[in-house]
Write a protein that binds this ligand. Structure first.
Ligand SMILES: NC(=O)c1ccc[n+]([C@@H]2O[C@H](COP(=O)([O-])OP(=O)(O)OC[C@H]3O[C@@H](n4cnc5c(N)ncnc54)[C@H](OP(=O)(O)O)[C@@H]3O)[C@@H](O)[C@H]2O)c1
Length: 236
């Protein structure tokens, strides 16, 4: 029997974290502690994805463009049959994205915003002026299956790379929608109860409810560890 095509993209999460599991300092001022090798790894992953996704706070706090980077990565994309520039997707629940955020200053590829009914009409109007498309999915929190289905059907997204932050990741893990997790373990300890981790949010109360993964690759480069996990629990 023919297998039914998935109606959502394959979802990858890629994060750099400290040895104590933080993705930024407690004041969120420093979030890039990966090496240039880690940055190359990020761009290599982007070169496999139709779209790159991030949360509102990540877009507001960082000078991110979410683009493919140098020409060699764009050529790689074209050789793989992907668009030269990946789509860029930002999530905001209440619609309060900073219009002067760096990401909006670069128009090399469509910018899509996913939001909820918490974003009232004036905010939606502002978002529509900022982005190429705005999709409202969900009342309070994003309805992820609907949002991913929309990206798949309307925008042809087959591989979606999520680049955090912790609140966004947490929602995807909780919905069981993370297929692959790429972690770069960096040789720093930042500490701080308020420092974000790769999955914040409410968290689970029982291990049985945790998102489960198998470690499929591990590589040491210098003082960094590059880990790849795939969703599943086969114990291998
Ligand atoms: N080390 C790394 O690899 C890495 C990567 C990325 C980010 N970071 C750092 O992580 C920090 C940001 O992480 P964060 O957890 O504070 O914020 P975040 O996940 O980037 O963004 C959180 C915001 O996104 C929206 N959002 C996320 N999930 C949602 C959902 N399911 N439904 C509705 N809205 C949702 C909400 O926006 P509204 O408030 O607008 O409703 C929420 O406040 C920053 O310091 C950043 O620099 C580090």
């Amino acid at each position: 029997m023919k297998r039914q095509q998935p109606r959502r993209p394959f979802v990858l999460v890629n994060m750099a974290m400290t040895a104590d599991g933080k993705i930024a300092t407690a004041n969120r001022a420093v979030a890039s502690f990966g090496s240039t090798r880690d940055h190359e790894h990020l761009l290599q992953l982007r070169a496999t994805a139709d779209a790159v996704l991030c949360g509102a706070r990540t877009a507001d706090l960082n000078p991110v463009q979410l683009g493919p980077g140098a020409a060699r990565f764009r050529r790689l994309r074209l050789r793989r049959g992907l668009a030269e520039f990946n789509l860029r997707v930002i999530v905001t629940g209440n619609g309060t994205l900073a219009p002067d955020a760096e990401v909006f200053a670069h128009r090399f590829s469509p910018l899509l915003i996913l939001t909820t009914h918490r974003a009232r009409a004036p905010r939606l109007k502002r978002l529509r002026a900022l982005a190429d498309a705005v999709k409202v999915c969900g009342r309070e929190q994003l309805d992820w299956p609907r949002a991913l289905h929309w990206l798949h059907e309307k925008w042809g997204v087959r591989r979606l790379l999520c680049e955090g932050g912790g609140e966004l990741n947490s929602a995807l893990f909780a919905a069981g929608l993370v297929d692959e997790l790429h972690l770069t373990l960096c040789p720093f300890v930042c500490g701080g109860k308020q420092a974000p981790t790769i999955a914040d949010g409410a968290g689970v109360l029982h291990l049985a409810a945790a998102a489960q993964f198998n470690l499929v690759s591990r590589r040491r480069v210098g003082d960094e560890l590059y880990l790849v996990y795939r969703a599943g629990s086969d114990g291998s």
